[in-house]
Design a binder for this molecule. Structure first.
Ligand code: APR
Ligand code: PHB
Length: 385
């Protein structure tokens, strides 16, 4: 079998890339290890930057987003029991974020690709990529498939196979001494806007997925046993960490509960020969800035433009610059995500000096419009260049 671009992974990066290539008349085949049902049910992030929303709209895949997406114009930072609003839209020249679950993006895009005759292979086993040919081989429904192509796009997430075959890449990494315990709860959100809370018991976050479903997180030890966290214990801790005057947290049935480790990771360069990495395959950010999905979409936008240019005119300038172009934004977002994480979490064993620096940073962000603007413009997403 032959295609122009073999895409490994049907997460947001792989699916959006396949869609963007299709709009440029470039054929692709998406090869995904998991079943379609698994990929569409996986609960992940839910904050779309302005640039991500603009791209989904401009490329005709925003019907669900336009119907169910919830635009937000501010977030709250809670510390010392007092909540402070950061007016994102006011401080960022009218930009905003939209709450729309990642799995909704994934199912919208899967549907759009299938409706347009796109080739998606779910439940593919033993995926092997050979960037030298380039060729991808895999098992599908008991058959061995050989897929020859012009390019391979490694959109297979942090635990995928594509990064492994990139020779002489350098990794830059930070592990954090904490994780997030996240729940999805069948209850209307207790607040109109997201609340990021810094407390001496650790960080907490109130978020949402819809007018009737809340998403909440607690900072926990990375080795914490999920079984030690009954629903009651989770709610009790959320009550304590999110408490502030004139406000109360509504409880509801817990639909999902999981612990996610936190790390920062970048692989440089993001390309070798005809193999291009995009999204979590190339970089991971801690979730505090809500950036992982958005960064993945930016990568594939750059990649689709560069491939389009190559097919249209034979020019390889865009492809040659792919890694450097993406890495500029990757490092800006790495810094922002690390900064938000450092400002909001309790670091085990941190000394009183460190704690006072953190408090001063929080007070500065909520009292200086210059400092709040830095947060706002990064949070809604700096304009794409
Ligand atoms: N072969 C085929 N598919 C694979 C393989 C493999 N060897 N390994 C992993 N995959 C698939 C995964 O099952 C997953 O569906 O690749 C996909 C990668 O998708 P994501 O992990 O969602 O990564 P990405 O598309 O880059 O999305 C960006 O941002 O919000 C964050 O981490 C969150 O997933 C999100 C990411
Ligand atoms: C989420 O709703 O899942 C979410 C929101 C904000 C974050 C991270 C995750 O910073």
């Amino acid at each position: 079998m032959r295609t122009q671009v073999a895409i490994i992974g049907a997460g947001p990066a792989g699916l959006v890339l396949s869609h963007l290539l299709h709009l440029r008349g470039i054929e692709s085949v998406v090869v995904e290890r998991r079943s379609r049902e698994y990929v569409e049910k996986r609960v992940r992030a839910g904050v779309l930057e302005q640039g991500t929303v603009d791209l989904l709209r401009a490329t005709g895949v925003s019907a669900g987003l336009d119907r169910d997406g919830l635009p937000h114009h501010g977030i709250e930072l809670l510390f010392d029991g007092v909540s402070h609003r950061i007016p994102l839209t006011e401080l960022s020249g009218g930009r905003s974020i939209t709450i729309y679950g990642q799995q909704r993006v994934v199912s919208d895009l899967t549907e759009a690709r299938l409706a347009a005759g796109g080739q998606l292979y779910f439940s593919a086993d033993d995926v092997v990529v050979d960037p030298a040919v380039p060729r991808v081989t895999f098992m599908h429904e008991g058959q061995r498939v050989e897929l020859d192509c012009d390019f391979i796009a490694g959109c297979d997430g942090f635990h995928g196979v594509c990064r492994e075959v990139l020779p002489s890449a350098t990794s830059y990494e930070r592990e954090y001494p904490f994780a997030w315990l996240g729940i999805l709860a069948d209850v209307a959100p207790s607040n109109d806007e997201l609340v990021y809370a810094n407390t001496d018991r650790g960080f907490a976050l109130l978020s949402l997925r819809s007018p009737t479903v809340s998403r909440l997180y607690l900072q926990v030890d990375p080795l914490e046993d999920l079984a030690a966290w009954s629903d009651d214990r989770v709610w009790d801790e959320l009550h304590v960490r999110l408490a502030h005057s004139g406000w109360s947290l509504k409880e509801g049935p817990v639909l999902e509960k999981a612990i996610t480790p936190m790390r920062s990771f970048v692989c440089e360069p993001m390309q070798h020969g005809r193999l291009f990495l995009a999204g979590d395959a190339a970089h991971i950010v801690p979730p505090t800035g809500a950036k992982g999905l958005n960064l993945a979409i930016h990568d594939v936008h750059v990649l689709a433009e560069a491939m389009g240019d190559w097919y249209d005119s034979g020019r390889s300038t865009g492809l040659d610059a792919y890694s450097a172009t993406c890495l500029r934004r990757v490092w800006r977002v790495q810094h922002f995500s690390w900064w938000m994480t450092s400002m909001l979490h309790s670091f085990p064993g941190e000394d009183p000096f460190q704690q006072r620096l953190q408090r001063s940073q929080l007070e500065y962000v909520v009292s200086s419009s210059a400092a709040a603007t830095k947060l706002a413009e990064n949070y809604v997403g700096l304009p794409w260049t």
